[in-house]
Design a protein around this ligand. Structure first.
Ligand code: NAD
Length: 262
């Protein structure tokens, strides 16, 4: 139904969490999923047929090398999921004065901007050069509810995801005439992934002046559909966006937050 058979789709940060699930969903739908990740060995393949390339999205040469490798190995690239991302909860000012390590500093700022924003730029530029050879392609950027709504204790992360939404709208305008679609997906609170570690929850709870347990209660009360998102919710949406059935969707950010954000 989706018509993704044999389409070569690269998923950055696909070695764990949401990206891993997206790669598996695409693979089940018949696509040739390719995972690019810091934690991947170029040229390996798993038992589902997912192909792996070593990639650091923050490094332009690494991004170009990985894209070149995939294009040479498979003969083409049809899609890209810019999924690799990090989130370090930090207050602008540690107004409680107890944990200065949870105040936003230049190191945390640069890390989030480099992975979440610059990485999306490097990967998209390299992949679009390939798309232009075949005259088509689809990019799905994994944004966040935080990028739409802002988020207490996550201002820098929110700003990088806001930038991703801006890239999405602008690149859709630039590339629409080349039959390239660019769409963003903004998940809200999801089942646990590698990003939402205990350390992450501890930092986020501190920035909001609540306990880690209260963080969980806070979450479920705030979602109209009454549950966190499942990885499948995101995987299915992303697979649909690569289909020609979504051929008129570009330049927008689709929230997938159980009704929490518009
Ligand atoms: P995760 O930590 O489980 O996975 C991130 C993956 O990215 C890891 O495999 C990691 O190795 C890889 N990665 C990190 N830096 C990289 C780099 N420089 N180059 C290549 N790969 C790199 O995270 P996740 O929860 O699956 O998040 C995936 C995406 O979804 C992120 O963009 C995140 O901002 C977004 N998101 C997550 C949630 C959530 O609740 N987990 C909510 C909204 C949005």
């Amino acid at each position: 139904w989706l018509g993704l058979e044999k389409k070569v789709i690269v998923v950055t940060g696909g070695a764990s969490g949401i990206g891993k699930h997206i790669a598996e969903t695409l693979s089940r739908a018949g696509a040739q999923a390719v995972v690019g990740d810091l934690n991947a060995e170029t040229g390996t393949q798993d038992d589902q047929g997912i192909y792996y390339v070593q990639l650091d999205v923050t490094n332009k040469r690494s991004a170009e090398k990985a894209v070149r490798h995939v294009a040479d190995h498979f003969g083409t690239i049809d899609g890209l999921v810019n999924n690799a991302g990090i989130n370090l909860p930090r207050l602008l000012v540690d107004f409680r004065g107890e944990k200065p390590e949870y105040e936003l500093d230049e190191k945390a700022f640069d890390l989030m901007v480099n992975v979440n924003q610059k990485g999306v730029f490097f990967m998209t530029q390299a992949v679009v050069r390939e798309f232009l050879k075949t005259g088509k392609g689809v990019i799905v950027n994994i944004s966040s509810e935080a990028g739409m709504e802002g988020s207490n204790g996550q201002s820098c992360y929110s700003a990088t995801k806001g930038a991703v939404n801006g890239f999405t709208r602008s690149w859709a305008k630039e590339l629409g005439g080349h039959h390239i679609r660019v769409v963003a997906v903004a998940p809200g609170i999801n089942e646990k992934t590698g990003l939402t570690t205990d350390a992450y929850n501890e930092a986020l709870a501190y920035t909001r002046n609540i306990t880690v347990d209260q963080l969980g209660t806070d979450y479920s009360k705030s979602i109209p559909l009454g549950r966190p998102g499942k990885l499948d919710d995101i995987g299915n949406l992303v697979a649909y966006l690569f289909s020609d059935r979504a051929g008129y969707i570009t330049g927008t950010t689709i929230n997938i937050t159980g009704g929490k954000s518009r």
